[in-house]
Design a protein around this ligand. Structure first.
Ligand SMILES: Cc1cc2nc3c(=O)[nH]c(=O)nc-3n(C[C@H](O)[C@H](O)[C@H](O)COP(=O)(O)OP(=O)(O)OC[C@H]3O[C@@H](n4cnc5c(N)ncnc54)[C@H](O)[C@@H]3O)c2cc1C
Ligand code: FES
Length: 251
């Protein structure tokens, strides 16, 4: 992990309210799919914004972000040449075992972006099916990346692109047809992950979920980001996660 002084190369809109910012880090980072960066948008060390790494290429790293509040509003207006501190890579990331050949990616909302990094890392080694849910057609992004998966099913809440259902329903429908993966990797809103955890437990499928919590330090020191585990203990999402075995966390 390093606090890079990163230079924006481009920062452009890719869908309604969603932007992609690419930084030059000055050196090639070593990042595992599903890890994140903590971006100092206003120059302070506290209250950085945690954003999942979407892709890396040589010295470049791309983060895709939805405009939420002050920080992301400010980021959206930053042009090429702007320099920001980016602490990365953080967290554990996703890991696919050698024995797991068939991988299902289930994503919704801003959870689709870390799954792009998983797809890029494993697409030549594994058989990947991506079930991706968007709010509506205007929110659709990353299609050219997900199209590289062996199977890509895109759905929307309002049916304006693909079938009208959510990503978990799309996955469940395919499961019913007998398309059973060896492992499920997921990221998205908590209600989506809760539904997926219930389905995975019912079907006895290994399932790993990437959680989103408000964060402070991003490195395990401040305990702002703790979540409850099923064993009664608490875990730091930034350091012990953000990826957890779905069986081990309370959603
Ligand atoms: C591990 C991780 C990965 C993430 N990856 C992405 C991604 O790839 N794309 C994306 O669009 N969003 C992602 N998020 C959510 C993103 O961090 C928030 O949307 C963002 O911090 C909002 O900042 P803001 O200043 O615009 O909003 P404000 O609401 O003004 O933020 C105020 C403060 O709250 C914190 N905060 C607010 N919402 C969140 C949140 N949901 N999670 C964590 N901290 C929050 C901010 O860091 C900031 O310190 C991720 C969050 C986590 C924890
Ligand atoms: S954000 Fe500080 S411990 Fe996780």
């Amino acid at each position: 992990m390093k606090d890079y002084i990163a230079t924006i190369i481009k920062n452009e809109q890719i869908a309604d309210n969603i932007f992609a910012v690419t930084f030059d880090l000055g050196e090639e980072p070593c990042v595992r799919a599903g890890q994140f960066g903590n971006i100092s948008i206003d120059g302070t060390h506290l209250l950085r914004r945690p954003i999942a790494v979407c892709k890396t290429e040589g010295n470049e790293v791309t983060f895709c972000y939805q405009i939420k509040g002050q920080g992301t509003q400010k980021l959206k207006n930053m042009g090429a040449g702007t320099r920001l501190n980016v602490l990365m890579p953080l967290g554990n990331g996703f890991y696919v075992e050698e024995t797991e050949q068939k991988v299902a990616l289930v994503g919704g909302g801003v959870g689709v972006f870390p799954l792009i990094s998983v797809l890029r890392a494993y697409k030549d080694k594994k058989d990947i099916a991506a079930y991706i849910g968007y709010r509506n057609q205007g929110a659709v992004c990353g299609v050219e990346e997900f199209a590289k998966a062996q199977k890509f099913i895109a759905v929307t809440d309002d049916g304006s692109y693909g079938a009208q259902m959510n990503a978990v329903q799309a996955f469940a429908a395919d499961l019913e047809k007998g398309n059973r993966p060896d492992v499920v990797l997921a990221c998205g809103p908590t209600p989506m992950l809760r539904a997926l955890k219930a389905l995975a437990e019912k079907e006895d499928l290994p399932c790993y979920v990437s959680l989103e919590e408000r964060m402070g330090c991003g490195i395990g020191a401040c305990l702002v980001c703790v979540c409850d585990q099923t064993n009664g203990q608490r875990a730091r999402v930034c350091k012990d996660g953000p990826v957890f075995n779905a069986k081990e966390v309370v959603l």
